[in-house]
Design a protein around this ligand. Structure first.
Ligand code: DAK
Length: 276
């Protein structure tokens, strides 16, 4: 693929949007390649994904403004659908997806990060929904996901003012879970770049998720996602079913067995998902 890279490290898959010259802006080809990459993930063996952008400067600087500028209403709708289909695929992907946000996450970049389960960012990250300044509304779910993730009032302020915010503010309002800085030695020299430190933190988090029981992790994701769409009475029923679904599995028996046998390591065997 030209614009998307995929690498598997043990049970963790890393997807990199690789269009650095355009700050990894999302054009139709990037969206198509992303969709194909997600479709090809080996779900029997991969337990967590990381989504990032190539380079140090930008995660994704938005949808491709050049490509969008000449769209007709009909083409814009088709472009919007393509994006929304990919973003929904990420959001409902069976395993967790961590966005490792290295630099700009603007417009569609902020939106794709919000389709992921968890966001961590480097301290040079910049988030924003600048669309109203371009004469459009956010179109890849930004009005919906930002309001749900932070608060309706904060989402409205950010969207109406088209103001960009830095990593520290994104952390303060709960848009990101963690901010990672470059490592510096006593002489003030950078020993680990912010991007490398970010990827190390993302891989550590992903490995921590991958070490848990995979059915339980998948079911937890589904319970949270599906439960948030309905009222509490219905949400609790969703949880009950997914909780019940964990029983009689090798994961549940090994997980509880380890505790009862006082196995301090409590390690679950790495068994391909299809065999569990
Ligand atoms: N699209 C296309 N190219 C982009 C780009 C973008 N979003 N962002 C940056 N680039 C390109 C620049 O044109 C430049 O290309 P060359 O001139 O070198 O060929 C290269 O990346 C480097 O950018 P700059 O020279 O501008 O770099 P700076 O460091 O000076 O500035 C910046 C970095 C991120 C502040 C700046 O590039 C910038 O403001 N970029 C645009 C950010 C933005 O407004 N993003 C939001 C786009 S709106 C829809 C669904 C969704 C959407 C729309 C419709 N439908 C339902 C139909 C989504 C909309 C958006 O995402």
């Amino acid at each position: 693929m030209e614009f998307v890279l995929y690498e598997q490290k043990g049970a963790v898959g890393i997807i990199t949007i690789n269009r650095e010259k355009a700050l990894n802006a999302l054009n139709s080809q990037v969206l198509e390649e992303l969709e194909k990459t997600f479709d090809a993930v080996d779900l029997d063996n991969v337990r967590c994904l990381i989504l990032t952008g190539a380079g140090e400067k930008s995660f994704v600087a938005g949808a491709d403004i050049g490509e969008m500028s000449t769209l007709t209403k009909k083409e814009a709708e088709a472009f919007g659908k393509k994006g929304n289909d990919v973003f929904r695929k990420i959001e409902t992907f069976p395993i967790p997806v961590i966005a490792a946000v290295n630099g700009f996450a603007l417009g569609g970049g902020c939106e794709i990060s919000m389709s992921c389960d968890i966001r961590i960012c480097s301290d040079n990250a910049v988030f924003g929904q600048p669309e109203v300044g371009l004469g459009i509304t956010p179109g890849f779910g930004g009005t919906q996901r930002l309001a749900r993730l932070v608060s309706p009032g904060m989402a409205k302020q950010l969207i109406y003012t088209a103001r960009n915010i830095k990593a520290a503010e994104a952390y303060r309002i709960g848009l990101v879970n963690q901010v990672v800085s470059a490592e510096v030695n006593e002489a003030g020299e950078v020993t680990v770049s912010a991007k490398d430190a970010l990827m190390a933190a993302a891989e550590k988090m992903a490995a921590g998720i991958a070490a848990q029981a995979p059915i339980a992790v998948r079911n937890s994701k589904k319970a949270i996602n599906d439960g948030l769409q309905v009222d509490m009475d219905k949400a609790i029923v969703i949880e009950e079913k997914l909780f019940g679904d964990c029983f009689e599995t090798e994961d549940q028996q090994a997980g509880m067995g380890n505790f009862l046998e006082k196995d301090k390591e409590k390690k679950l065997k790495v068994v391909p998902f299809k065999n569990r």
